[in-house]
Ligand binder design. Sequence first.
Ligand code: EPS
Length: 390
Amino acid sequence: MIRFLTAGESHGPALAAIIEGMPANLTVDLDRINHELSRRQMGYGRGGRMKIEKDRITVLSGIRFNKTLGSPISFVLHNKDWPNWEEIMSVSKGQSGREISRPRPGHADLSGSLKYDFDDMRNVLERSSARETAMRVAVGGFARQLLEYFGIKIFSHVLQIGSVQADPARLSDILKSDRINELADQSPVRCLDKEASQKMVDYIDSVKREGDTSGGLLQVIIRGVPPGLGSYVQWDRKLDGLLAQAVLSIQAVKGVEFGSGFSSVAWRGSQFHDEIFYDGKTVFRKTNRAGGIEGGMSNGEDIIVNMVMKPIPTLMKPLNSVDMATKEPFQAHKERSDITAVPACAVIAEAAVAPVVANVLLEKFGADHLEDMKEAFDHYRRRIAKRMEK
Ligand code: EPS
């Protein structure tokens, strides 16, 4: 099974990660991982920091001649902003400065400083920052190359920013194709509906003019997952539970839904559930309201994960808060921030689900060596196909 840890402060010298449990002998394309990192940096509405950074990883271990060794893969990503912070974020002697005693509502600042007993909330925000998601994208980049070897692909796109929604009728054909990421990457807001895309850009401009921020709704689609990954037999093996944990751990994600989960409240059971048919050749469904998961297991349909990202809490527009040093009320204010990071969040979510799916795959077919794993996988697929046919 894959385990990983990330490390690093937002304005520290570097971010780092270590992944263990990747099978040996997988060919890894590092350019593609760096490409994933650049996809995370795209998106209309990002602030000044993204102009400074050009995220690329340097691998330290676990890969030789572009193939995994089965040993821990470790890598670092150097922060280009670091020279501006060397004193303030020094590991040893330095000069403290830009201390923060004024918590931003919606951020980890206040609870984090209470928990770890810090006067300077910089100690909290440096690690709680969404800068950390760069590492998760890189980790997910390795996991998704393992998944792709087994024909599993992950896509994402943005359905809504603020009050501007994509029109579902304009999306349905694209969502059936494998060009989702290619087309979403071309939109400044990762939206597949061109008209809505422009409206979202205009909306972000208006939010920026008002010194405010915006959240949104985004969707991840995991395609090619065979039925029966995850399990109904124990609570902590349920695939939807595992995926929900992974996406809710992304900074600012507040809600998650599988398929038409939330709207099911207004449907009758007879209308909602995806009926099962046989066409003389195989068993199939006409709908996927369950979002590809039933009983905590993949059912062979696309796994559809929708999630809501709240508006970013660092605002130009003042919000009421209390200075924890003096207990004086004040109005929070910050200079540099993103207006929205919903398009980036979609790319991060693609990466966040990858190790989870890789793990249920490894749970069922896991082996030290990729070819052994493939043999078990192919055998299972043949068995499933037989059961689905007459
Ligand atoms: C972030 C604040 C901003 C964002 C940052 C997340 O950074 P800064 O304070 O340096 O301007 O740009 O996001 C990233 C650096 C990133 O790589 O996504 C925050 O407080 O969470």
